[in-house]
Write a protein that binds this ligand. Structure first.
Ligand code: IMP
Length: 179
């Protein structure tokens, strides 16, 4: 797997430090509120697990599985819900936990979809943001790192379902996805 990477972009230590900061900030911002954190599967799996353990206030967790890519490296804009939430989010404070915001199309779809269920509030936390690639006007409320326009894998992020288990974030060699 390591041979497929051009470089390490973010080490495990850098990720852990930033995730702890985000957890502390979210704990402060949501103190006294009925918080539900929604993990967007599969990419946000590791971020969700680490972030929620850094949040010191009570919360519920739920999961939504969506698909937007197929095997390529660009979003089609067509988002499919593969698995929906277990519980109602009406009147609750919802935090969407995402791995990366790229074009923003996936998030726009999710925000529109979840807003229609009448949450008390709806915010987004993403580990990574590629602002240079944005196609729709949408900004996460909490963001771990801005990254350049490169295809990254690891810490939950995949290419063709591989590399999710790397404990750090690396840049995939272009020849892997240009094959
Ligand atoms: P968007 O709809 O273009 O913003 O794409 C968001 C989704 O695409 C993310 O939730 C990821 O699953 C995937 N994605 C975007 N960029 C990358 C990347 O660099 N590596 C792996 N997955 C990515």
């Amino acid at each position: 797997m390591l041979n497929d990477l051009a470089k390490v972009l973010l080490t495990k230590e850098q990720i852990d430090t930033r995730v702890a900061e985000l957890g502390a900030q979210i704990s402060r911002d949501y103190a006294g509120k009925d918080l539900v954190a929604i993990c967007i599967l599969k990419g946000a799996l590791h971020f969700m697990a680490d972030l929620t353990r850094q949040i010191t206030i009570p919360l519920s967790i739920d999961f939504m599985a969506i698909s937007s890519y197929g095997a390529g490296t660009k979003t089609s804009g067509v988002v499919r819900i593969l698995q929906d939430l277990d519980s109602s989010i009406a009147d609750r404070h919802v935090l969407i936990v995402e791995d990366i915001v790229d074009s923003g199309l996936t998030l726009k779809y999710l925000v529109d979809n979840l807003s229609s269920r009448r949450p008390a509030s709806l915010k987004i936390v993403t580990l990574l943001d590629k602002p240079a690639r944005r196609a729709v006007a949408i900004a996460p409320h909490y963001n771990g790192f801005d990254i350049p326009d490169e295809f990254v894998v690891g810490y939950g992020l995949d290419y063709d379902e591989k590399y999710r288990n790397l404990p750090f974030i690396g840049v995939l060699k272009p020849e892997i996805y240009q094959k």
